[in-house]
Design a protein around this ligand. Structure first.
Ligand SMILES: [Zn+2]
Length: 309
């Protein structure tokens, strides 16, 4: 199984269009230690030919242009795509709007929770993915679902599970508890190669790691995990946005309540942060925070990074 990070940034990407924070300034200036990052998405393939996207970001067109394996070529017909399925983990703008890039009468399947499928059906602009070409399939929680799309068996199965989190920002209801979030609004995915049983986890949004999630991840070969923030208050401290990580549904990397500490006893063989916000000091390859994350066995994901399992 081959996995490619299409986008390692959080919503807004890196640099973010309207941000002049120290990190965004540095990456715009091309300073050493800073790499641009597009918004959150992964792609995976078992056979090297047919791919599934895990989330579809607003940067998808650029990401595909930078990924020859995900573009038509060779003996393909005049209209073709290696992308046979897309799995969406929530209704975030940075996770669903790339679906609009996949219009043009190309067959594939979209998998999402019933909540995400409801979002797609209530927003008629997604009808550009005409039902005659694009199947929408409900992804049940806690059960492996074999991925099929465009008449192709991808040789992969996906198990979706609820993690602590929050409903997408644009769906928030200020009058309801936790802004109207319900279980299943934020999903983690376990992707398994059917032929070998090899598996990895993809959890781009997660507010906390409870005992149940910790047990699920214990001993895993590979986890891509929510690397939005280094510190709970960093966006407030930098004057970027008046929200803490927990208010946004994202655990921080550092500190006793952070993901580095939570993963330390779990024996995960390879740990890679994705969905990294432009405020995160670990984006700087020469920072103390990057050294601390690396020393704890974490890699900071980069666009175009590929992992084979
Ligand atoms: Zn910034």
């Amino acid at each position: 199984m081959r996995i490619r990070i299409l986008g390692s940034g959080a919503g807004g990407g890196f640099p973010q269009w309207n941000c002049n924070c120290a990190n965004c300034r540095a990456v715009r200036a091309g300073l050493p230690g800073f790499l641009p990052r597009t918004q959150s998405s992964l792609a995976a393939t078992a056979n090297g030919r047919d791919w599934v996207l895990l989330n579809a970001s607003p940067d998808l067109r650029q990401q595909l242009a930078q990924s020859p394996a995900l573009s038509p070529g060779g003996d393909d017909p005049v209209r073709a795509s290696p992308i046979k399925a897309v799995v969406v983990t929530n209704g975030d703008v940075d996770h669903v709007t790339g679906l609009l890039t996949l219009r043009e009468a190309q067959p594939f399947a979209v998998y999402g929770s019933s909540r995400v499928l409801e979002v797609l059906s209530q927003n008629r602009i997604f009808n550009v993915l005409a039902p005659a070409y694009v199947e929408r399939k409900e992804l049940p929680l806690d059960a492996p679902t074999p991925l099929r799309g465009a008449g192709t068996d991808l040789g992969l199965s996906v198990e979706a599970f609820a993690v602590a989190g929050k409903i997408a920002l644009w769906l928030e209801d200020a009058l309801k508890e936790n802004f109207g979030s319900v279980e299943g609004d934020t999903l983690g995915l376990k992707v398994t190669e059917t032929a070998t049983g090899k598996a990895f986890f993809y959890i781009p949004g997660c507010a906390s790691i409870d005992a149940h999630l910790a047990e699920r991840l214990r001993g895993a070969a590979l986890v891509f995990f929510d690397g939005t923030l280094w510190r709970e208050n960093e966006m407030i401290e930098q004057g970027l946005l008046g929200k803490t990580g927990s208010r946004m549904g994202h655990i921080n990397m550092s500190g006793p309540d952070g993901s580095i500490a939570a993963f330390a006893p779990l024996g995960v063989a390879r740990k890679i942060y994705v969905h990294i916000n432009n405020s995160n000091p670990a984006l700087n390859a020469f920072s103390r925070e990057r050294r601390e994350a690396n020393a704890a066995g974490w890699e900071i994901g980069e666009d175009g990074m590929e992992v084979s399992l």
